[in-house]
Write a protein that binds this ligand. Structure first.
Ligand SMILES: Cc1ncc(COP(=O)(O)O)c(C=O)c1O
Length: 377
């Protein structure tokens, strides 16, 4: 049997990893500023994480949501505390797409409506409604296409006001990334997020904050949307939550009332997933990783802004986009194959930095040094 060939692959096999360093099968060492796509939050193979998972595996790895799982309650308490939303409710699932799918569904159950407002440049996942709310027609299958999703220009307050004025009573939810990741590291403005809050309140629509990539402490606040100082109704999260173990969740405002079987999943919230998520939050708190993400992120952004070849530096904390001119389109490849530094990318010609939140200043300096050489060719 062959693999279903959907991923363009780099010819590299990672066999060992520690912190922000990975090694390939030939023994070559790399600096990991990609974190396997914003997933590695507390660093690869963190000893506390490995121990917590190993200990859990030796007790019980999985049982279904048909029995009490006290670890879920523990996780909900910890997440409520670290995210600053102790009065919210937690539903656990397995991936970012599934989190968004459930958030959109919950909104529709809540207000009985069908229309979803999404934005140009958005990415919300590949399952049915999540992909319909994603601004990429190439990945929307005919069966997923729907008139229920309306795309508006990102950060366009007039367009949003007009949409609500025209059909506000039909709008179930507004879904937005605090910082668009796949869309090229573009931050939602504070006033735009505040307007979403105001209009959702006015029309009884649900504000969904997709925090799958920009959340979980990456920008210095637990949810990047919270820079706008207004609460969303539902926050979705995944990537950094399990440091590589597949675990995702939605954090749900108190006004939503659950009923049995309203949402559900076989694997969501299993013992191992909860142990992984607990280990991440414990290390985030103990090592003050949100503060570190803000500090090292500020440093990187300040230093990058001094490099004149860069067209624009965008982002916040350790979610950074470096837009380069067309003639420097080889830099990302050269960083990987000549300087042995993993980074992410986005179109057009944006290098994405999504490292672990405990990245050190030495790592940042190593990157800056090599980046300056790479852009000189
Ligand atoms: C903002 C955002 N939402 C949702 C998703 C989908 O997450 P997953 O791949 O875990 O389904 C992603 C993945 O890149 C994302 O960046």
């Amino acid at each position: 049997m062959n693999l279903f060939d959907v991923y363009p692959l780099n010819d590299i096999e990672i066999v060992k990893a520690s912190g922000s360093t990975v090694w390939d099968a030939k023994g070559q060492e790399y600096l990991d500023l990609y974190g396997g796509h914003a997933v590695i939050s507390i660093g690869h193979t963190h000893p506390h994480y490995v121990k917590r998972l190993t200990d859990q595996l030796n007790k019980v790895g999985f049982y279904s949501n048909s029995v009490k799982i006290p670890l879920q309650v523990e996780l909900a308490e910890k997440l409520g505390e670290v995210s600053g939303k102790a009065d919210f409710q937690l539903f656990l699932c397995n991936s970012g797409a599934e989190a968004n799918e459930n958030a959109l569904k919950l909104a529709s159950f809540y207000n009985g409506r069908k229309k979803v407002i999404a934005f140009k440049g958005s990415f919300h996942g590949r399952t049915s409604l999540a992909v319909s709310a994603t601004d990429n027609p190439k990945i929307i299958a005919p069966v997923n296409s729907t008139d229920n999703v309306v795309f508006l220009p990102f950060n366009d307050e007039d367009a949003l006001k007009q949409a609500f004025a025209a059909y506000g009573d039909e709008i179930s939810s507004v879904i937005i990334e605090g910082i668009q990741g796949v869309g090229g590291i573009k931050e939602a403005s504070v006033s735009f997020l505040q307007l979403i809050r105001t209009l959702c309140d006015q029309y009884n629509a649900v504000y969904i904050a997709d925090s799958v990539q920009c959340g979980y402490g990456r920008t210095g606040l637990f949810y990047s949307h919270d820079y706008a100082e207004v609460n969303a109704d539902v926050y979705t999260m995944a990537k950094g939550m399990g440091n590589g173990f597949p675990v995702a969740a939605i954090s749900i405002a108190p006004k939503f009332t659950p009923w049995h079987s309203m949402l559900g999943t076989t694997f969501g919230g299993n013992h191992l997933a909860c142990a992984a998520a607990m280990a991440v939050l414990e290390i985030m708190e103990q090592d003050q990783l949100m503060g570190n993400a803000a500090k090292i992120g500020d440093y990187l952004i300040t230093e990058l802004e001094k490099i004149e070849e860069i067209r624009e530096v965008r982002g916040r904390g350790l979610m950074i986009g470096i837009e380069l001119p067309e003639e420097l389109s080889q830099v990302k490849k050269n960083l990987l194959f000549k300087h042995f530094i993993f980074t992410g990318e986005a179109k057009p010609n944006v290098i994405r930095l999504l490292p672990a939140l405990n990245l050190t200043k030495e790592h940042a300096d190593h990157f800056l040094e090599n980046f300056k050489i790479a852009i000189k060719g």
